[in-house]
Ligand binder design. Structure first.
Ligand SMILES: C=C1C[C@]23C[C@@]1(O)CC[C@H]2[C@@]12CCC[C@@](C)(C(=O)O1)[C@H]2[C@@H]3C(=O)O
Ligand SMILES: O=C(O)CCC(=O)C(=O)O
Ligand SMILES: [Fe+2]
Length: 375
């Protein structure tokens, strides 16, 4: 796996003139993108108004690490405005977008996804990251005309915060744990608005002359507790689903459902649930005719809060599978290690621990005998 330091700065500064490209340049040409068998099994669609929602969500988190939600209450006209403003942003001239370019090592603004640094080929996409208030970044793009964009983002955020809390409570309930049983400040009425700073990622995947050789966003898991994704009505999101009779993981497309939002379980929920919930591996592919946009809202804990496996989920046979981490600590690991971040905080199981000790003892005994033989 290439490391960040191997990568040229071009990843941060590249120009995105996708529309003018008659073919996929070598810099963006991946070997074969659609190389996996595609499943026809479908990610669950769950109506939040359904009395059985917690159980269905728990099942989806375990089997898929993802689900779509309806009955979430977010007004359709707000989703339309959010989409229109996102398209307006990415339609700006490149020079204008680069005024808000993310600095190397920075988090907010216009640029490519962090994980791009781990690949030798570039993604067929552009992104814009907002942490907290959108005003500072938006002013760089539209010095006198950022009100409509900021209005849409802020209104959307005001729906995402309580929706995120509601989903978190349903996920925790599905584990048979009550909110009071865990350290995590499952937001009560008082704490709801003291949660983490909202992080929103706007993505644009321009139409592509050779979609089978271009990658919108390469496979990854999100670091968050979960991500609420608006994907409009253009297909492109794919999940890696392992529960197939053939035993082989398959890429499954998440079909756009009008008014629905996708929920992707992130690494922090995998840690919190001591491995019961999967953090779903997903990617975005591109198509020949339509520019696709998506808006990801990353739901995470407040920065200082340590996420660790819920104690009630552990028994005499099952200790914690991961050490405690804060979200910022984990984001740093993800930036450095990409898909090895989870493994880097995994704790050895009892068996593994005793095997390590045994192998250390054998090595020590061998070395001792070897040294004795030399004397
Ligand atoms: C909070 C965040 C999650 C994210 C890194 C970020 O600081 C903002 C961008 C996010 C994103 C979007 C595309 C995929 C991803 C892995 C990446 O490279 O940037 C995620 C990051 C993440 O979940 O770790
Ligand atoms: O565009 C999509 O469907 C996926 C976006 C995504 O995975 C992300 O922003 O983390
Ligand atoms: Fe993602």
């Amino acid at each position: 796996m290439p490391s960040l330091s191997d990568q040229p700065l071009i990843h941060h500064l590249q120009q995105f003139e996708f529309k003018t490209l008659p073919e996929v340049p070598d810099s963006h040409a991946w070997p074969v993108v659609n190389d996996h068998p595609h499943g026809d099994d479908a990610v669950p669609v769950i109506d939040l108004a359904c009395p059985d929602a917690a159980r269905l969500i728990g099942q989806a988190c375990e089997e898929w690490g993802a689900f779509q939600i309806t009955g979430h209450g977010v007004p359709v006209d707000l989703l339309d405005r959010l989409e229109a403003q996102t398209r307006r942003l990415f339609s700006l001239p490149t020079g204008q977008k680069l005024k808000a370019a993310r600095s190397p090592g920075g988090v907010t603004g216009y640029g490519v996804a962090n994980i791009s640094a781990f690949f030798s080929k570039l993604f067929w996409s552009e992104g814009f990251t907002i942490v907290g208030s959108p005003h500072d970044e938006a002013r760089k793009l539209w010095p006198d005309d950022s009100a409509e964009f900021c209005g849409a983002i802020e209104e959307y955020t005001s729906w995402m915060k309580p929706l995120g809390c509601r989903l978190m409570l349903l996920m925790v309930a599905s584990l048979g744990v009550s909110a009071g049983d865990i350290d995590w400040p499952v937001p009560s009425k008082e704490t709801t608005h003291e949660a983490a700073l909202p992080v929103i990622q706007l993505n644009s995947y321009p139409a592509c002359p050779d979609p089978d050789r271009a990658m919108g966003l390469a496979e990854h898991t999100d670091s968050s507790l979960f991500t609420i994704l608006y994907q409009g009505n253009v297909r492109g999101l794919q999940l890696l689903h392992g529960n197939h009779p053939t035993g082989r993981a398959r890429w499954v497309t998440v079909p756009p459902v009008a008014g629905a939002l996708v929920v992707n379980v992130g690494d922090l929920s995998h840690i919190l649930s001591n491995g019961r919930f999967q953090s779903v591996t997903h990617r975005a592919i591109v198509n020949r005719t339509q520019t696709r946009i998506s808006v990801a809202y990353f739901y995470g804990p407040p920065a200082h809060f340590k996420i660790s496996p819920i104690e009630k989920l552990m028994g005499p046979q099952q200790g914690p599978a991961y050490r405690a981490v804060t979200w910022p600590e984990y984001l740093t690991l993800k930036r450095r290690l990409y898909n090895q971040a989870l493994a880097s905080i995994r704790l050895p199981t009892e068996g593994e621990e005793s095997r390590t000790n045994t192998s250390e003892m054998i090595t020590a005994a061998y070395t001792r005998r070897h040294e004795e033989a030399k004397v």
